[in-house]
Write a protein that binds this ligand. Structure first.
Ligand SMILES: NC(=O)c1ccc[n+]([C@@H]2O[C@H](COP(=O)([O-])OP(=O)(O)OC[C@H]3O[C@@H](n4cnc5c(N)ncnc54)[C@H](O)[C@@H]3O)[C@@H](O)[C@H]2O)c1
Length: 372
């Protein structure tokens, strides 16, 4: 068996706790590391039916000496719901898990979010560990303590903040990830590049131009840099109170509505984020904040990652706009958009009118002349 190797560590310092993110190879086989973050004598590993045959046995071996239960959920965003949550609670109750149990999320962002929310609420909060196995979960969903399930009317609208004990990012898990999922994760990396600009944007631009795959030598470094960027946003505004953390939602107001209007079935989350990033750039352009060249840059980054950018013609734009008002970033009944002034300079804007929004949505439809 290959030797576990920690490549980088990023620490997240929140108000009440500090936890490490380890980035490396074969970390799911590092029993000592896994055991270090389990304080009690019970664990529940939550995963899904795609990931279980690949990695569950490996992780279970680390807990051979204690009570280790597992729960294999169906696969998909559609199952990030109340019913799956109840199944987790039922498993915990039926196996007599106490307050010192530890939940282990083994999977992508869906498993991470739902397991984290179960951990946040079971017996008023128990410990959990994130073992993210998609690039999207490694750079984003597993970091920062946002946990949630979806409601049929809106994404992630039932949730809480609950930080994990640790995040173990095993880069080897990405070798089994389907290409479409890998590309979807790149949307969140592009989001970070637009938020911070500078060297990170330049590096990503180069890597994307060369064809970003799981074999890209800079993969581990880019993932570690994303974790660091996200940690910096989380540390200054853990509960999204001052607005700093809300900047991480660049493109997401559009994306969440696109996902909801298609019943979470048409796009992967990252693909919806890609269209959302283009819409956010188009909105920034139409409001006069950015030059055409910046809109073109956003378009070319997304295009190099082979991600969608346009709203398909069959989407009902009025319905889409109505769903945007289910967004969690609404304040005083006004939607707040993250807009771009330049790469590395984004801000929250609560003054976008419904007319302006409608115009942008229309312009973002495939085949419209306002495209770049
Ligand atoms: N909490 C947060 O801060 C946050 C941030 C971003 C996204 N999210 C949430 O994350 C979710 C999206 O996460 P995702 O893109 O990881 O989707 P996902 O969890 O659905 O995983 C994508 C697919 O890949 C499969 N898979 C996962 N790892 C695999 C592997 N190593 N090999 C083979 N197949 C594998 C899964 O079974 C699934 O079919 C959304 O629900 C989104 O709302 C949360």
């Amino acid at each position: 068996m290959a030797k576990p190797n920690i490549y980088q560590q990023v620490d997240v310092q929140c108000i009440s706790e500090k936890y490490p993110i380890y980035i490396g190879n074969h970390l799911l086989s590092d029993h000592t590391l896994l055991q270090r973050y389990v304080a009690g004598s019970q664990v529940l590993i939550v995963t899904n039916k795609t990931i279980a045959p690949l990695y569950l046995d490996n992780v279970k071996q680390a807990f051979a000496g204690i009570q280790c239960n597992d729960l294999i959920l169906p696969d998909g965003e559609a199952y990030k719901n109340q019913q799956s949550l109840t199944t987790i609670y039922d498993t915990l109750v039926n196996h007599h898990h106490h307050r010192d149990t530890t939940l282990i999320a083994l999977g992508g962002g869906v498993i991470g979010d739902i397991t984290g929310f179960a951990a946040a609420t079971y017996q008023r909060g128990v410990a959990f560990i994130q073992l993210p196995t998609t690039i999207l979960a490694q750079v984003d969903a597993s970091v920062g303590g946002k946990t949630a399930i979806n409601h049929p009317q809106g994404k992630n609208i039932i949730g809480s903040f609950h930080q994990p004990q640790a995040v173990l990012i095993d880069l080897q898990t990405l070798t089994t990830l389907p290409t479409r999922e890998f590309r979807a994760g790149l949307a969140e990396i592009i989001k970070y590049a637009l938020l911070v600009g500078g060297d990170f944007l330049n590096l990503l631009n180069t890597v994307l131009a060369d064809g970003f795959t799981v074999k890209t030598p800079q993969l581990g470094d880019l993932i570690a840099q994303c974790c660091r960027i996200k940690a910096n946003f989380v540390q200054v505004d853990e509960r999204e109170e001052t607005g700093e953390r809300a900047l991480l939602n660049l493109g997401h107001t559009f994306a969440h509505a696109l996902e909801a209007i298609t019943n979470y079935k048409r796009w992967l989350h990252g693909e919806a984020v890609a269209i959302g990033l283009y819409c956010a750039a188009l909105l920034s352009y139409q409001l006069g904040h950015i030059q055409k060249s910046t809109l073109e840059l956003v378009n070319s980054l997304l295009s190099a990652a082979k991600l969608p950018r346009r709203i398909p013609k069959d989407i009902d734009l009025s319905g889409l706009q109505a769903l945007m008002f289910n967004d969690k970033k609404i304040k005083n009944k006004m939607l707040r958009f993250v807009l771009i002034k330049a790469p590395g300079n984004c801000y929250l804007d609560a003054s976008v009118t419904t007319d302006c929004l409608h115009h942008v949505l229309k312009s973002a439809v495939e085949g419209e002349t306002n495209e770049c």
